[in-house]
Design a protein around this ligand. Structure first.
Ligand code: FAD
Length: 503
């Protein structure tokens, strides 16, 4: 390959958590050439520091990431102890005993130019149906613990959904490491103790290791976790704090043994001062309580979690502190932050790993040369900020509209949401439309699942849908729901589908 003088020749990735190894595998793949890597890639990690050790639920684009690495799905599932995830069950968000489901799919096809959910809104307004679940294939599948991959024929009702994975974060990083090292990525173990910068440009020149050696590179990818070793401690990129909308700032995680076959569902149960996750894997269940330290103290939160989990814990509690928000500049100079170093929106909709994936995609698209053109950096930061903000709004929606009682919940309800979210809430109330913006991670049907799950229905539907005779719409809706129920009933159980992969 011909190289120009100003091309990036060496990339250093700081950190070997999920973000570091995802970046190493994806860049390794992108720069892989028959004779080896076109750009040298070194990943530095410190076993003594360790990783955050959580992050096990994902959203559907993860499948594209796995595929893009050339990993076969059965290899991936076996090596990460993964299960399928069809969506999230939200329990107790509208008070004890309430529940709703955000399934990864739509509420039916487009009929006469209108989304089918608009017809369903009309039936709901007329008192003909109670909710939308019967028209969501993934919700119906999840509730029956059934699973098969989506049908390829777009005419099949079973093509109207997607799925993600629930996996062991440690095994995921290990699998990616094997892959990246196989592609020629070099790994260095050791603690980075200092950073050498160019006096004139301010660019990072080299990392100073504890053993006195140095790692020089042209481009540095900061995957060092919450500490933001390069992006914050060195480059001072700044941080935008979103705690006023999303008050949870701590979590405690505890895995336990499974007491039943794994379901294709992540569960998020609202609690007095936050919410609790349950993520079933092939070999264990991940549990955690995400909470606001202003509303519960650490010991009470841990005791609360211990009292809720279905079996004795398999490990010591993993306690985590965080500030929900985003780095003001995810890319500054020759440092690009990925993963927790770039920001963190609490994990209610399992979005962090997806943000790593999209960050890597954007970096490859805007990959710089050694001049680090500010236009590329501006564009990267603009899109990164938008994507974070759209996710923030989606998560704030859950807290702001929840009808649960309690001090933290009252505070979330009474805090005015970001303007971009307030506009979406108004539009949905008026017409059942969402008004998606650029760089949204979740589409209309996902927003619809949460709005309606939290009891918000449109005041009116589009007049085009009201033209149809109501009885005919209801008849069609019932037929459609029956079709889904029958198709789902014929599918194998999720656990049977995954038995072939069980360890
Ligand atoms: P880390 O895992 O913290 O890795 C940092 C790396 O940097 C480590 O290898 C460390 O050794 C290295 N390092 C740091 N400093 C130095 C140094 N001085 N020298 C050498 N090496 C150094 N995401 C999801 O998508 N789904 C979820 O369900 C989900 N749940 C979460 C629950 C909680 C409570 C939290 C806090 C996060 C959750 N996340 C989730 C986010 C997810 O865990 C992270 O996005 C993901 O693990 C990436 O972390 P990371 O690689 O950025 O950082």
């Amino acid at each position: 390959m011909n190289q120009r003088a100003d091309e990036v020749r060496h990339v250093a990735i700081v950190g070997g958590g999920t973000a570091g190894w995802m970046a190493a595998a994806a860049l390794g793949r992108a720069f892989s050439r028959p004779g080896g890597l076109a750009v040298a890639i070194t990943l530095i990690e410190s076993e003594a520091i360790g990783t955050v050790g959580v992050g096990e639920a994902t959203i559907p684009p993860i499948r594209q990431f796995v595929k893009s690495l050339g990993l076969a799905e059965d290899d991936f599932i076996r090596s990460t102890a993964a299960t399928a995830k069809l969506g999230i069950a939200f329990k107790d968000w509208n008070g004890p005993g309430s529940d709703y489901f955000h399934g990864f799919g739509d509420y039916g096809p487009t009929v006469a130019g209108q989304a089918w959910r608009q017809y369903l809104f009309r039936l709901k307004a007329e008192g003909r149906i109670d909710g939308l679940d019967a028209w969501s294939v993934p919700t119906t599948m999840a509730r029956a613990a059934k699973f098969a991959p989506p049908a390829e024929d777009p005419r099949s009702v079973l093509s109207h959904f997607s799925y993600a994975y629930q996996f062991d974060a440690g095994l995921f990083a290990r699998r990616l490491r094997t892959l990246a090292e196989g592609l020629g990525v070099m790994r260095r173990e050791g603690r980075i103790e200092g950073v050498d910068r160019d006096g004139e440009s301010g660019l990072v020149r080299a990392l100073k290791m504890q053993n006195g050696s140095e790692v020089a590179a042209d481009l540095f990818i900061d995957c060092s976790g919450f500490r933001g070793l390069l992006i914050e401690q060195t480059m001072r990129a700044g941080y935008e704090d979103w705690t006023r909308w999303l008050p949870c700032d701590r979590a405690v995680a505890l895995p336990c043994a499974a007491t039943c076959p794994p379901e294709p569902i992540t569960t998020a149960t609202a609690r007095d001062a936050g919410w609790q996750w349950r993520i079933p894997l092939q070999h264990r269940v991940g549990n955690g309580y995400v909470y606001s330290s202003h509303h519960v103290d650490d010991q009470v939160a841990l005791d609360d979690l211990l009292g809720q989990i279905e079996a004795p814990p398999l490990a010591e509690p993993n306690r985590l502190r965080f500030v929900t928000g985003r780095r003001r500049e995810a890319w500054k100079g020759n440092v690009v932050a990925l993963g927790l170093a770039s920001g963190f929106v609490e994990p209610l909709e399992s979005t962090s790993i997806n943000l790593i994936q999209t960050g890597i995609g954007r970096l490859l698209e805007l990959f710089p040369d050694k001049t680090f053109d500010p236009a590329l950096i501006r564009e990267y930061n603009r899109r990164s900020a938008q994507e974070f903000e759209r996710i923030r709004d989606f998560i704030v929606l859950h807290y702001h509209l929840a009808r649960r009682e309690g001090a933290m919940w009252d505070q979330c309800r009474s805090t005015p949401p970001p303007d971009t979210l307030a506009a979406k809430i108004d539009l949905f109330r008026a017409r059942g439309e969402v008004g998606l913006l650029e760089d949204e991670s979740f589409r209309d049907d996902s927003w619809t699942a949460v709005f309606t799950g939290l009891g918000v229905w449109p005041r009116r539907v589009t007049p085009l849908v009201e033209i149809e005779p109501l009885d005919a719409v209801e008849r069609q809706a019932r037929q459609f729901a029956q079709l889904i129920a029958r198709a789902v009933a014929a599918l194998p159980d999720h656990s049977i589908h995954f038995t072939g992969y069980s360890r």
